[in-house]
Design a binder for this molecule. Structure first.
Ligand SMILES: CC(C)=CCC/C(C)=C(\C)COP(=O)(O)OP(=O)(O)O
Length: 379
């Protein structure tokens, strides 16, 4: 609760499709659009703070581990999901996913992820920005980095990622040297997915947003190369080192899309303001810890086991996976509570775009949990 303002009264469920009611409040409209006037901002801030959906403890997985403290999933909309999934499937075929890869893509539900996490728009084409880019990132992660059965090979990962950067952020003409590059970019389904995903974003986002997305992706790629080295040498890292590496490889990257999908922009100097950056990192890290918690079995099963916070804690401490799971649940819950507190402290800042973005981080965490916990990929 922002200092000096009264607490929001609990209110009925928001209109529409929310199925989570425990701590949800009703009117979660936010100021929208660029250029909202200062007078309006002052008026907004002197009003009673709009009620916000809350947090709750949710059971997860098979229900045996302690609950995860997460924001409410604010929107579950099967009809909108179907529209976005259809658009995504058409794109996936166009880009050239086929056979098992296409099947994999269809079953993963990246359209559903977009609808669950970007709750402040109902525009399917904007939601497709998130659906396509998440699908492309995951395809790179599975096919290049993580899944040996799908062709991932640690020693090939760094050069593949270098070319992936060229796909996302086109290079200036280098004469004859550009010819084989262009052929390579056209010949690989992951590269085509990344390129066309960025093209879709470019139709809606400013150059500043597009490069924000690119550079957070490239930072994420550096973390992937560390995992590849560990898997190649078999010298796995202690949990602290894995976590430090993982924090540049989280759903922070997915969250760089929040404002573009929502139809507004957080100016760069506000986006990178240290507290805002910290809040976004906390949201991204919490969401990726949910991913690690739910993918322990999948990650341990690969012929070259994938690094995972639960597995690293278990190895460091010589404890069973169940006990390590509790440690990671505690860590996750701490990170979410830290985010909650930081978010509260930032509420007085007079930027509607920033407030909407912070709200978007929270919504993303809630939807991200819902997606992971109901996704066959993690069952
Ligand atoms: C959507 C996105 C930013 C993907 C890039 C990497 C990432 C944070 C994940 C795919 C999640 O991590 P992980 O590789 O462990 O995912 P799976 O367990 O394979 O789903």
């Amino acid at each position: 609760m922002a200092r000096g303002r009264s607490a929001p009264a609990p209110a009925p469920e928001p209109k529409g499709r929310n199925t989570m009611t425990e701590t949800v409040a009703a009117d979660w409209t936010v100021p929208s659009g660029l250029g909202t006037s200062a007078a309006r901002v002052v008026a907004e801030l002197t009003k009673v703070e709009p009620p916000q959906p809350g947090y709750l403890e949710r059971p997860w997985g098979d229900g045996t581990a302690p609950p995860l403290y997460v924001p409410v999933a604010e929107r579950i909309d099967d009809a909108l999901t179907e529209v976005v999934e259809d658009g995504l499937a058409a794109w996936a075929e166009e880009v050239g996913f086929e056979g098992d890869d296409l099947d994999h893509m269809r079953k993963a539900g990246f359209g559903r992820l977009a609808v669950l996490t970007h709750v402040d728009t109902e525009d399917p084409d904007r939601l497709l920005i998130a659906a396509k880019l998440n699908a492309a990132w995951w395809a790179a992660d599975d096919l290049y980095a993580d899944d040996s059965d799908m062709g991932a090979e640690p020693t090939q990962l760094p050069p593949r990622l270098a070319i992936a950067m060229a796909a996302m952020d086109p290079l200036p003409d280098a004469g004859e040297f550009s010819v084989p590059l262009a052929e390579t970019l056209a010949s690989d389904v992951v590269l085509r997915a990344l390129r066309t995903g960025i093209d879709h974003l470019t139709r809606y986002g400013t150059p500043s947003i597009v490069q924000r997305v690119n550079y957070s992706t490239f930072a994420m790629f550096v973390s992937w190369t560390s995992y590849a080295a560990w898997r190649h040498t078999g010298e796995y890292p202690p949990a602290w080192k894995y976590l430090a590496t993982r924090q540049h490889d989280t759903f922070y990257t997915s969250m760089t899309l929040i404002d573009a999908v929502g139809g507004y922009e957080v100016p760069a100097n506000l986006y990178y303001e240290p507290d805002v950056r910290r809040a976004a990192f906390q949201a991204g890290t919490a969401s990726v810890l949910v991913n690690d918690l739910l993918s322990v079995k999948k990650d341990a099963a690969d012929e070259k086991p994938v690094v995972n916070m639960v597995l690293q804690v278990a190895a460091d401490r010589g404890i069973p996976v169940e006990e390590a799971t509790e440690v990671v649940v505690d860590l996750h819950n701490k990170v979410v509570r830290d985010f909650e507190e930081l978010h509260r402290s930032l509420l007085p800042l007079p930027s509607p775009e920033l407030q909407r973005f912070l709200r978007g981080l929270k919504s993303w965490m809630g939807g991200g949990f819902e997606w992971h916990n109901t996704n066959p990929r993690y069952r």
